[in-house]
Ligand binder design. Structure first.
Ligand code: SAH
Ligand code: TMP
Ligand code: ZN
Length: 414
């Protein structure tokens, strides 16, 4: 979607004017891990810039590549690669079942169901479930484990198809996908048609409050067209008669929020909603100025990271990266870090190995290349998996290796 004027746009939530707050420059597709020759040929870039709506305060990308460029039969992200995320989704599913699933023979619909990691928990308990997932390869992985999946982008027409084939849903779930979809109105309309009268909507996404607080700008990349807050989510759903009934902060992806919505009056509104809204007001989360300041902080972070990596290079140290996350694409391209500063990135996802990082062409190698023998430093691109990674890489530290972290500040640990 190319816009003529890249300093503003019509807010995707309320239609009013959203103005640019910061640009992260030209960026490639964050998950386009390709062989080097192919990466050089397909040198696609778009400007990654955020705008803040002057009316509803929603933070959103000005421009986003068309969806088929991002989600297709060779999508590189598999939820199941992280054990911690697999556990997280088992808990999410269990919480939905215990607290929110009502009626006889309820149907659970999850969009962005990926390899079926979340829905497997409903399958195991004999609860009717259905995934909606446009990326054919990850959808196939789900179907291979017996999880029924519609290979499609969710929107209002898809919702109508589901209702005619499976009936209404008791729960509509999503994780790290609602913030991917620019046509939010069609999604909310679809939910309105799909959901039973007393049904519940529960979805998680990286939280604007955490990003603003930590300066974690790597949550911004092509797929993440929205950076939601309680304010923006309640506004987007109010247009179809839904209200936010609960909100629960999550530690995943460096700070996420689980939003719980129902039809107005159908459920009790929990005190967390007002409390978190008040915190957002205090944080000035909806103010354009807050995000301009955030941009300035990103610039300082970039300078510090580049200084550190250049110093280490001058000292002849070996520096590699750990976890070729989609988020790291923003860091690498914004800071212009290539193989001269980071030798390679180790990653456990087979489809990424032997490829190069999007736009910066750093080789991605299997975990076995990480060591032993270990490098001197490892940049922790998978910082949201820090606990899991630190726990299994104790030998690296014992051998004298040190981690480089960049949020909330650029630092070397231990
Ligand atoms: N829910 C998983 C996967 C998140 S990645 C998790 O949290 O780990 C985002 C997923 O959403 C991808 O698998 C992508 O193909 C899918 N997706 C993107 N647009 C979508 C849409 N409009 N409807 C349904 N799924 C979509
Ligand atoms: P994510 O941060 O977007 O969830 O991406 C996780 C990426 O990190 C995925 O490519 C797999 C990789 N990874 C590792 O290489 N080692 C690990 O221990 C973990 C947890 C993830
Ligand atoms: Zn708006």
């Amino acid at each position: 979607m190319a816009t003529k004027d890249n300093s503003r746009l019509e807010c995707r939530v309320c239609g009013k004017l959203a103005r640019k707050a910061h640009s992260f420059g030209p960026q490639p597709i964050a998950n386009a891990f390709l062989p080097l020759d192919q990466a050089r040929q397909d040198d696609y870039r778009f400007e990654l810039a955020i705008a803040v709506c002057g009316d509803c305060g929603t933070v959103q990308l000005i421009d986003q590549p068309e969806r088929e460029r991002m989600f297709h039969g060779q999508y590189a992200f598999f939820t199941g690669t992280s054990q911690a995320m697999t556990r997280h989704f088992a808990e999410f599913a269990d919480w939905v079942r215990r607290t929110h699933l009502r009626g006889e023979d309820p149907l659970v619909v999850e969009i962005g169901s990926n390899d079926g990691t979340m829905l497997a928990n409903f399958k195991d308990r004999g609860i009717r479930h259905l995934g909606v997932e446009p990326s054919a390869n990850v959808a196939q992985a789900a179907m291979d484990r017996g999880i029924p999946t519609i290979v499609s982008f969710f929107d209002a027409p898809t919702a109508r198809q589901i209702v005619s084939e499976h009936g209404k849903a008791s729960a509509f779930l999503a994780a790290n996908v609602m913030c991917h979809i620019p046509y939010l109105h069609s999604v909310v309309e679809g939910i309105d048609e799909l959901l039973a009268e007393d049904g519940v909507v529960a979805f998680e996404d990286p939280y604007a409050g955490d990003v603003l607080e930590k300066g974690s700008y790597d949550q911004l990349y092509d797929e993440h067209v929205f950076l939601f807050s309680l304010h923006s989510v309640s506004r987007a759903f109010a247009q179809r008669g839904f209200e936010l009934v609960d909100a629960l902060a999550q530690p995943t992806h460096g700070g996420s929020m689980r939003y719980v919505l129902a039809r107005k009056g159908a459920r009790t509104v929990q005190p967390a909603v007002a409390a978190l809204m008040a915190r957002e007001d205090a944080q000035k989360i909806a103010d354009h100025a807050s995000w301009v300041e955030f941009g300035a902080r990103c610039e300082r972070s970039k300078q510090r990271l580049l200084e550190l990596l250049s110093d280490l290079k001058a000292q002849g140290k070996r520096v590699v990266g750990y976890a070729a996350t989609s988020k790291s694409t923003t860091i690498l391209n914004y800071c212009r870090i290539g193989p001269d500063l980071v030798e390679f990135i180790s990653d456990t996802t087979p489809i990424k190995q032997g490829k190069v990082t999007p736009g910066t062409y750093i080789p991605v190698k299997p975990r076995s290349d990480f060591g032993p023998p270990y490098p001197d430093y490892a940049v922790l691109f998978g910082w949201n998996h820090e606990k899991e990674i630190f726990a299994k890489e104790t030998d690296f530290v014992r051998s004298g290796g040190r981690w480089i972290r960049f949020f909330p500040d650029v630092e070397v640990v231990p």
